[in-house]
Design a protein around this ligand. Structure first.
Ligand code: DX5
Ligand code: ZN
Length: 230
């Protein structure tokens, strides 16, 4: 039975006060903390046009919190970060299918061997069929993150047409953790929850709210409600 997991995206937090922001989110009822890891690897060859945090920041944050750190890797070479992130104390390691066509088996095996939960993510333009082999393997991923915006930045508009992917996945895999990321908040949660998403990443809608605890609880209740109906 899947459980609701509300994961505030720390990309929208005050990075200069990451430890206290993390503590504040946990106090507000966050189940997970979503950590967006974006790097530019080579000149002209980046996965997203932004830079955020890396393993050293996860390692520092881990000293201040026991929270589940749900790491979303928007990099071209996720394999290089399994070891450092495992050591740093990451809990979940979600890589993108678009950059892992040749090495996802090795990635999943390494992520698990470092004690992290392996997940796969797909961009809006990537067909859902591309993640099936990773779910049907004898050593499968344990979470699928369906991007509901183009990865790279917080504060973008939710893409409702991505809910078809969530619906298909939920029908095929009733006990899979299905996460949605981008533009989630009180005005879009109904679409995501009724399609079958149980892990909800929310950045600007949580950090920008006067009462983040209220938003987190609303998202949680809506997912809970849907899981009880089905
Ligand atoms: C975008 C990131 C998201 C982002 C979500 O590439 O993966 O996690 O922080 O932010 P909101 O909820 O503001 O769309
Ligand atoms: Zn993310």
């Amino acid at each position: 039975m899947v459980k609701p997991k509300i994961a505030p995206s720390m990309l929208s937090s005050d990075f200069a006060n990451l430890a206290s922001e993390a503590e504040r989110m946990v106090r507000c009822g966050a189940d997970w903390l979503h950590m967006d890891i974006m790097f530019i690897l080579y000149y002209n060859s980046h996965f997203v046009p932004n830079l955020t945090i890396g393993a050293p920041v996860i390692e520092s944050l881990r000293k201040h919190t026991d929270a589940y750190l749900d790491c979303h890797l928007m990099v071209t070479n996720p394999l290089d970060y399994v070891e450092p992130l495992g050591k740093a104390g990451a809990s979940g390691f979600t890589f993108h299918v678009e950059v892992s066509k040749d090495n996802w088996r090795e990635l999943v095996q390494k992520i698990k061997s470092k004690g992290m939960k392996p997940g796969v993510s797909l961009k809006p333009g990537t067909p859902i069929e591309e993640v099936y082999p990773l779910l049907e393997d004898e050593n499968p991923v344990e979470l699928v993150l369906v991007m509901t915006v183009e990865p790279g930045f917080g504060g973008q508009k939710f893409m409702p047409e991505m809910m078809d992917k969530v619906r298909i996945l939920r029908q095929k895999y009733p006990s899979l953790d299905i996460e949605v990321d981008g533009g989630l908040g009180p005005s879009t949660i109904d679409m995501a929850a009724s399609a079958g998403a149980n892990c909800i990443v929310a950045g600007s809608s949580v950090f920008g709210a006067p009462d983040p605890a209220h938003v987190i609880s609303l998202l949680h209740k809506r997912v809970e409600q849907e899981l009880q109906i089905n």
